[in-house]
Design a protein around this ligand. Sequence first.
Ligand SMILES: [Mg+2]
Length: 254
Amino acid sequence: MEMIYLFDVDGTLTPAKNIMNPEFARVFFEWQKDKEVYIVSGGSFPRILDQLGRNITDAMHGVFSCMGNVFYKKQPSTDGYSSWSKEYENQFSVAKPKLFFSELERCVMASEYPVKVGKHYEKRPGMVNFSIVGHGATAEEREAYATYDAQTGERKKIIAKLCGKYPQLDFVIGGAVSIDIFNKGCDKSQVIERYFKKALKTKQIVFVGDRIAYPGNDYSLAELLMKHDNGLALETSGWRETAELLKGKLFASS
Ligand SMILES: [Mg+2]
């Protein structure tokens, strides 16, 4: 059976928010040459390009960025240079947006956490990233908030409160300090519905991610694939384990 391989980036091909190990990059580049490979990441396309480098990115068949909310498809090269076409980009939408965003501001004001720096929400394709400590926080300030959140469960409490009020949205713990807010279904699982549905009937699709357990950001896609006879999801503890996986039989065929 023909194979399609999907990879998460942070914690799977690279350390979180970091570039690929050069030796692993060399091995991966050799491995991917005769394979159909896609990226399914929470990051933006420019960030993914920075992390993986141009050679590896250009050898992909496609890149699903921002949790699958933006899809770039690789176009056949005619002049030796690769080109990408943006196939779709989702917009975040909510009824009465003014009320919604002032509700987020009220959550910030209601929080007893003393340090609040910069903007607290950022609109991205198909989603909103919300943070009590704020997007202007330094690494130390972020770390201090992460500790506070672990002790108080603040993010979980905010999610519980907002979930009830906005049933058409999904709220997940995103990264170390923020809450990701999506339109329902606009998570990584959407890549199957939007792009691989037909392929899954005749090809085997394997997804490798580091956050496959609930409520990780790879869970929705992994769960959907595991329900299907031709789908498979594998959890990795990091790029070293991913490098080991590539040596296995499952990753040998094209
Ligand atoms: Mg990851």
